[in-house]
Write a protein that binds this ligand. Structure first.
Ligand SMILES: *Cc1c(COP(=O)(O)O)cnc(C)c1O
Length: 456
């Protein structure tokens, strides 16, 4: 496998803190065997999320210094607005403090009881905001996207046939919007093809349903299109991105992903009336429309980040890092989801630790083993996060037991990722040593964040 070439040199460093295996066993015990409850300073390589964890560039930090903090009409807003307009072409651009704030506004305006929103796959906060409005959120991922080990280029695609059939059955007047999530976060960062976006846009147009992009990882998606879709080999990432957005009526964006910043987001759309209503809601929840819950310096950093994320050398390194890890782990026989997507590697804990049944949380066993052996923090996406109980209190397992290793942008080098792979391989080679867990405390909602567990 080709080595990773980091397209930057390092000017400012942040030391890592080292712990011994013995200390980590103790720290994990004190954290009730839940890595969410460990202090970040006791983690060596933190792969909990790629959200808000990017390293900013020297240019972004310089932007922080020249940020205009005027309440209204700040220079930084116009720089931000121009950059977002260049990429998306949308007429109205509204800054928000992060992605879910944009979602809250648009779904408050369009949602409500009796409405249905459709998507390739809604991300949890998007679904949460839709359901909070009283509406329902339905996913129409293609069948191939649902098969973890099926190799295909665009496993994030929406099933256009199923979508259109549903629209006819439900009645377009009950469906205010279709949201295309690029890349499909919940589905492992799998990309959506431009052809699929184009066909979906046409369906939405035919039935007069708004078509929005959940744009968190638009540049990573555009890079996959360039690599994999015929006719896009020679287009720039900017051109591909512009084509994607030109097919939509608007977008929501978490700048904590592909804008390479630690906080921020936006809502953008062509419709002036909807934009005006959005701004009115923004003013009472986020702030004045030219800062929307952010400081002027944040807007500068987002504008600069959006410029840098379009750089192909960066994206080659970014997507290449994930591919590199996938190939290395696969070569050692480690069970994982292939092909790897844009922002994370997903270990298949069910096949990794086959001696641990779903009711004993194999994903937690693997997550905790990675912490104990290497100080690495991943996140379980399996029975702890999604498991339920039947009426007799028996465990109902979700279809998959996964451990996600999300890679922060521009933060870790090849040596770090090699260390992560070597640790995972070591854990795999001595997998019989690891035992399952049982839950000793759980909250009624989103229990994985705060659960306490005990080793069996
Ligand atoms: C992160 C994310 C969001 C929500 O953004 P926040 O900035 O975390 O509020 C929405 N959709 C997708 C696909 C995401 O990955």
């Amino acid at each position: 496998m080709a080595s990773i070439f980091e397209p930057f040199r390092i000017k400012s460093v942040e030391p890592l803190t080292f712990t011994t295996r013995e200390q980590r066993v103790q720290l994990l015990k004190e954290a009730k065997n839940n890595v969410f409850l460990i202090k970040a300073e006791h983690v060596l390589i933190d792969l909990l999320t790629d959200s808000g964890t990017s390293a900013m560039s020297a240019q972004q930090w310089a932007g922080m210094m020249v940020g205009d903090e005027s309440y209204a009409g700040a220079k930084s807003y116009f720089r931000f607005q121009e950059k977002v307009h260049q990429i998306t072409g949308f007429k109205n651009i509204i800054p928000t403090h992060q992605g879910r704030a944009a979602e809250k506004i648009i779904f408050t305006l369009l949602g409500g009881k009796g409405k249905t929103f459709v998507s390739n796959t809604f991300f949890d906060t998007t679904r949460g905001n839709i359901e909070f409005s009283g509406a329902e959120a339905l996913d129409f991922l293609t069948e191939e996207g649902k098969i973890p080990h099926h190799i295909a280029d665009f496993k994030g695609n929406i099933d256009t046939k199923a979508l259109e059939e549903y629209i006819q059955k439900r009645g377009a007047e009950n469906i205010p919007m279709c949201v295309m999530t690029i890349t499909n976060n919940s589905g492992g960062g799998q990309p959506v093809s431009l052809q699929n976006i184009r066909e979906t846009a046409a369906i939405c147009k035919k039935y007069q349903i708004l078509f929005f992009i959940d744009a968190c990882r638009f540049a990573e998606n555009a890079y996959f299109i360039k690599q994999r879709e015929k006719g896009y080999e020679n287009k720039s990432i900017l051109e591909i991105s512009q084509e994607i957005f030109s097919l939509a009526d608007g977008c929501t964006m978490s700048a904590k992903k592909d804008a390479l910043v630690n906080i921020g987001g936006f809502l953008a759309m062509n419709d002036d009336k909807l934009a005006l209503e959005s701004k009115n809601l923004l003013i009472i929840t986020e702030g004045f429309p030219t800062y929307g819950g952010l400081a002027g310096r944040d807007l500068e950093a987002i504008a600069q980040g959006l410029e840098e994320v379009l750089d192909e050398e960066y994206l080659k390194y970014r997507i290449g890092s994930i591919q590199y890890m996938g190939e290395k782990l696969k070569a050692a026989g480690v069970p994982l989801i292939l092909p790897t997507g844009g922002h994370a590697v997903y270990l298949d804990a069910k096949n990794f630790l086959p001696h641990i049944p779903a009711s004993e949380l194999p994903g937690i066993a693997l997550t905790n083993a990675l912490y104990i052996e290497g100080g690495i923090r991943g996140v379980e996406i399996g029975s702890l996060m999604f498991g339920k109980y039947d009426e007799n209190g028996n465990h109902i397992a979700p279809p998959m037991e996964l451990v996600r290793l999300a890679i922060p942008r521009r933060v870790y080098t090849q040596s770090h990722l090699d260390f992560v792979c070597d640790t995972a391989i070591k854990v795999y080679q001595q997998k019989e040593n690891y035992k399952g867990y049982k839950i000793t405390y759980e909250s009624p909602l989103l229990r994985h964040f705060t659960a306490h567990m005990e080793a069996l």
